[in-house]
Design a protein around this ligand. Structure first.
Ligand code: COI
Length: 353
């Protein structure tokens, strides 16, 4: 594929690795490509990072026809750059595209474009411990039209952001807040697609959680409001006695790539992970019987995030002794060791750029 390249007149000053936080800095270049029904995906190009110019009637602004992905590039000790399961991200991207009536992309073409972009932007991959280059592929609907239908034209872009830890807590346990009043998604809706509206839908309850001193919301199912679905920007795992449990993918839960990696790693250690319905009542009972050993979230941005406290219906439960559990710690270490090239990758997850 012929990708055109326009050089930037000036380049940005790189932030200190220690000042990165999450999602505030962006690299010098971005990848862009457009879609029309006549041409399909066309004009792939690497251009200076900059504002998108759009008509106020652009469909994405009104009806939220937008999908995105999140993956990371990691700097290894030898200075090489690695991607973690990028094809899985692009496969999920296409599942989201299909659900949102957006034309699918060619996974090979887009992976090639990403690698090309990363080769140009390689200095933007930070090297301090815990840092990486977060990659955000996105598609938005671009027809200037305010009738309700799916757009005929689209813009695909990839932007790059050097990042540190997602949560200010780093790997310290986060506090989560269960809501029975608000729901994120329902079965048959768009909950399993990585689409902008799911995140917009999560904001109100998240603000209530934050006001109460909690970092994230734990969502229950949209119908009975009994069964656990996911947490904020992560999938969720529980260790109850000896059983490791994560909610089954029922159609309203995001099919996390880190979630899948956790299951594969646990299985490679001879542990099985039950993917089943799990109710908040079962968590309370396990807690009260001293059987709730560990709780942790998984996600690209957050990696593995131990949960120390859960508030439900006015009552706060402390998980284990409130500290990072040994299983979450072992998972975190193994996962990041593979991502940063410090451990063997028997799963074939890593691609060197
Ligand atoms: C990710 O984990 O990559 C996500 O997309 C979550 C986002 C809210 C930062």
């Amino acid at each position: 594929m012929e990708i055109s390249y326009e050089k930037a007149a000036t380049l940005k000053v790189h932030p200190q690795d220690s000042a990165l936080g999450f999602g505030t800095y962006f690299s010098d270049y971005m990848f862009n490509m457009d879609y029309s029904p006549e041409k399909g995906w066309y004009n792939p190009r690497i251009e200076p990072y900059g504002p998108l110019q759009m008509d106020p009637s652009t469909m994405v602004l009104h009806y939220g026809q937008a999908i995105f992905e999140g993956l990371k590039a990691y700097r290894t000790d030898s200075g090489a750059i690695q991607l973690f399961r990028p094809r899985d991200n692009f496969k999920r991207f296409n599942r989201s595209a299909s659900r949102l009536c957006i034309p699918e992309i060619d996974e090979d073409v887009v992976l090639e474009a990403l690698i090309r972009l990363l080769k140009i932007e390689e200095k933007w991959v930070p090297s301090a411990p815990g840092t990486s280059l977060y990659i955000r592929p996105t598609i938005i609907a671009t027809d200037p039209y305010i009738g309700l239908r799916s757009s005929h034209t689209y813009r695909f872009f990839i932007i790059l952001s050097p990042v540190g830890a997602y949560y200010p807590e780093g790997f310290d346990p986060v506090k989560i807040w269960v809501t029975t009043e608000y729901v994120r998604a329902v079965r048959g809706g768009v909950g399993e697609a990585k689409t902008a509206g799911n995140y917009a839908a999560s904001l109100y309850a998240t603000e209530l959680a934050n006001k109460d001193g909690y970092t994230q919301v734990m969502w229950l199912d949209g119908v009975e409001r009994k069964y656990i679905e996911e947490v904020g920007s992560m999938n969720i795992f529980f260790m109850i006695g000896d059983e490791i449990v994560t909610p089954a993918l029922t159609g309203s839960i995001l099919s996390g790539i880190t979630r899948d990696s956790v299951i594969a790693l646990a299985e490679s250690w001879g542990r099985t992970v039950s993917q089943r319905r799990i109710s908040i009542a079962e968590i309370i009972e396990a807690h009260d019987q001293g059987e709730l050993k560990e709780v942790f979230g998984s996600g690209t941005a957050a990696v593995i995030s131990p949960v120390g406290r859960i508030k439900y219906s006015g009552r706060e439960m402390v998980v284990g002794d409130g500290n990072v559990g040994p299983f979450a710690a072992k998972l975190f270490k193994e996962l990041v060791d593979i991502q940063y090239g410090r451990a063997q990758d028997p799963f074939g997850w890593v691609i060197t750029v």
